[in-house]
Write a protein that binds this ligand. Structure first.
Ligand code: ADP
Length: 289
């Protein structure tokens, strides 16, 4: 089943237009919502999670009117917010059992079985009796996923999950997300390009409350084929290159400055053809709109 969002708009009372006529179709599997800070990702996620109202637009999941039938949406939703308030003194297991009750899993055996299965799945079994206050960032995020998965949700919303995780925890968290399954929708919002390239079969790039691009990452990157060029420059040449070329990115690489530019034809000037990647797509689309 698809989640179909049409013309979603939201302006905050202070005048900030956070969502601007945003439309998207999201199919089962991992969907990456990629955009810089302030793009509107959290506003979009919170709206889908029925935690705040849009000014206009609609969202449907099959026959379910997501924005109007809030209880219906909450029954099929798993949500891992950006800031996951923790009950520091509670033990992981006790809190999950409590959340399971809130989710409506009322039969004790079923509740115990699903909590145990989730503690195993998220690799928290051996930590189940520890207070959440003692958890590392990665363990907290895995606990967040465990509670989001309670009650077999069909739509799972994960907001900026890997910020602040060390590389090892990030890989672990990625593996966990990837194991969730192909039949549910997982929307992963992030400003980290590699989160999307590593994990997502579908994606959208958003900025200023709008969708700039949507589709399959590889197919979208393919649109840049033959148009990305790279070379090294001296530090003090950066401004000159920025004014002369459509610069996608400049970064230090082995003590030198590596420049990537967009050009439909061979720019000469020491540039060589580069293999386009998702980062090129991201930076060039954010830049040009
Ligand atoms: P992202 O999650 O992509 O960083 P947000 O949805 O948090 O983006 O924010 C989108 C825009 O709306 C930003 O300009 C942000 O400052 C603004 N914004 C977010 N929440 C509020 C709020 N409660 N009141 C006013 N402006 C807000």
């Amino acid at each position: 089943m698809q989640l179909v969002i049409e013309s979603l708009s939201k302006r905050y009372p202070n005048g900030t237009q956070a969502l601007s006529d945003l439309s998207l179709s999201i199919t089962p599997g991992m969907f990456g919502l990629l955009g810089p800070n302030g793009a509107g990702k959290s506003t979009f996620m919170r709206t889908l999670a029925t935690l705040q109202e849009a000014d206009s637009g609609s969202a449907r999941f099959g026959n379910l009117d997501v924005l109007r039938d809030k209880d219906g949406m909450r029954r099929i939703l798993g949500y891992l917010p950006q800031e996951f308030g923790l009950y520091a003194k509670e033990r992981a297991e006790d809190l999950l059992l409590h959340f399971a009750t809130l989710k409506g899993i009322t039969r004790p055996k079923e509740r115990r079985d699903s909590v145990n299965a989730l503690l195993e799945q998220t690799n928290l079994w051996e930590h189940r009796r520890k207070p959440l206050g003692s958890f590392s960032g990665g363990m907290k995020q895995r606990f967040g996923i465990a509670q989001a998965l309670l009650g077999n949700p069909q739509v799972i919303i994960v907001d900026e999950p890997t910020a602040g995780l060390d590389p090892e925890e990030r890989v672990r968290f990625h593996n966990l997300l990837a194991s969730i399954g192909e039949h549910v929708i997982v929307i992963l919002s992030t400003h980290i390009v590699s989160d999307v390239s590593d994990l997502c079969s579908q994606m959208a790039i958003v900025n200023k409350g709008r969708v700039l691009l949507t589709g399959e990452p590889a197919a979208l990157v393919e649109t840049l084929h033959g148009r990305v060029w790279r070379r090294f420059i001296e530090h003090n040449e950066a401004d000159a290159f920025r004014s002369r070329y459509r610069v996608i990115s400049m970064r230090l690489s082995g003590g030198k400055t590596s420049v990537r530019i967009l050009s439909d034809s061979d720019p000469g000037d020491g540039f060589v053809a580069a293999t386009a990647d998702l980062e090129d797509l991201y930076f060039s689309s954010i830049d040009s709109k």
